[in-house]
Write a protein that binds this ligand. Structure first.
Ligand code: AMP
Length: 432
């Protein structure tokens, strides 16, 4: 990630030696823009609202100050002040998905290695047995990363109490609310002490999130990253005839030979169907969706992260927070239902300053919805075509001129037309 704000270094942000040493080992050469802007305020105890997606370095933004504060408290405790005992938690991080819970906890543990086991971090999430998590929570934990539902279950079994939380992080707040965690969140919030620091991270700010921030946060520092801070991501959209999407996808994968590609579809079944169709065209792909068991999901994800899977077809469960390094391309085979999910999906590519590509394949049925996605996300992309996959004339004319939902064209001629944009797209794909 290349910071675009005033150059600084981690020491200048007020971080202490055990963290600085670790950041050097991890080869974090300088703080990302959100780290530069937020870490000093978080260390000073301020509440925070940050408009930041995964890839911006947001995990370290909350994890490093939380670790530093817990370390300071423990040092005080060793000097005679009261230490935390029982099923307490000091830093609580709420996340929308199991994968994100594991990933965030792993990051925190990695940042904490030079505290020599002094700071305990536990991740809890649904889909696996609660017993192991209960055991892990025995004696309390300094940092707990949790999905809301499982956390409530553990609280009702007295495995953990929230009355000593000092810092609450709401990570991916928009996703948490859009996944329907509103009730769980309300139930958890009343269990927290009145006095606490709250850090809220959200890629988008729909009304629900705005209401939450107004109700919860106390005079927060607000940080909204500029798009130039976020990534070097190129977005493109290809129009294609309905029925030719799979062929176009296979053509792109073969022609371009991306090291890895993440392909999004909207339904669990579609993952399997698309994988079968690609397989018939000589492309092997794995699938990742919510019906897979937790073990299978973790295995696929680890294999993808390790580069052992080249093509992964996933539902939106993979759109949030997964930190897959330097993913060269994300493809929307199906458009996401919500415009904010579009941003989350494409955020899987172009991570940490790497150049990335987000492609959307749209047929006439997607056209109006893509306009809505563009409008909500304040983007406007040129419609392009790939040589050999040009849209039928009758549809193309309507696509290029329409500002309203398209009526399904009558009949569908086979007449093709090569136009300037299609040639450009092809050249670009070969050269990039
Ligand atoms: P996040 O947005 O927290 O998911 O972080 C995205 C990726 O950037 C992760 O792989 C982090 O390890 C990495 N990262 C975070 N901060 C920095 C930094 N200052 N320099 C280099 N990489 C970073």
């Amino acid at each position: 990630m290349i910071p675009t704000t005033t150059p600084t270094n981690f020491a200048a942000l007020g971080l202490i030696q055990p963290l600085l040493v670790r950041l050097t080992e991890l080869q974090y050469q300088q703080p990302t823009p959100i780290q530069t802007q937020a870490i000093p305020s978080v260390l000073a105890g301020r509440d925070l609202i940050a408009g930041a997606n995964t890839g911006s370095g947001k995990t370290a933004t909350f994890a490093l100050p939380i670790l530093q504060k817990i370390h300071a408290e423990k040092s005080l405790a060793n000097n005679g002040s009261k230490s935390s005992k029982g099923n307490y938690v000091a830093g609580l991080i709420l996340v929308p998905t199991r994968e994100l819970a594991k990933q965030v906890a792993d990051n925190i543990k990695s940042y904490a290695v030079h505290f020599n086991g002094e700071i305990k971090t536990v991740a809890v999430f649904g889909g696996v047995s609660a017993n192991t998590q209960m055991l892990a929570l025995r004696g309390g934990t300094d940092i707990l990363v949790a999905t809301p539902g499982r956390l409530l279950d553990l609280i009702s079994s007295n495995a953990i109490k929230l009355d000593r939380v000092k810092t609450l992080v709401l990570d991916e707040a928009d996703r948490m609310l859009s996944l329907g965690f509103t009730d769980e969140l309300s139930a958890l919030l009343v269990l927290l002490p009145k006095k606490k620091q709250i850090l809220l991270f959200s890629a988008t700010f729909p009304e629900q999130v705005q209401t939450l921030t107004q109700e919860l946060l106390n005079n927060p520092v607000e940080i909204q990253l500029q798009s130039s801070d976020v990534s070097t991501l190129v977005q493109r959209v290809f129009t294609v005839n309905k029925g030719e999407k799979t062929a176009l996808l296979a053509h792109l994968i073969k022609q371009h030979q991306w090291r890895q590609a993440l392909i999004f579809v909207n339904a669990k079944n579609s993952c399997k169907h698309l994988a079968e169709k690609l397989s018939k065209r000589g492309i092997s792909a794995e699938v990742f969706h919510g019906d897979k068991g937790q073990g299978a999901r973790s295995r696929v994800l680890e294999a993808f992260k390790a580069g052992n899977i080249e093509v992964l077809i996933a539902t939106d469960i993979a759109a949030r927070g997964l930190d897959i390094e330097k993913l060269p391309v994300v493809i929307n085979f199906d458009l996401p239902r919500s415009p904010s999910d579009y941003m989350h999906r494409i955020g899987r590519s172009g991570r940490a300053g790497e150049v990335g590509l987000a492609l959307s394949l749209i047929d006439y049925e997607d056209y109006h919805h893509f306009q809505v996605i563009e409008k909500k996300n304040k983007i406007r992309l040129e419609r392009e075509q790939v040589i050999g996959f040009e849209v039928d004339d009758v549809i193309n004319d309507a696509l290029l001129n329409a500002n309203k939902p398209m009526a399904k064209p009558e009949g569908s001629g086979k007449k093709k037309r090569k136009n300037k944009t299609s040639v450009n797209a092809d050249i670009w794909l070969r050269n990039s």
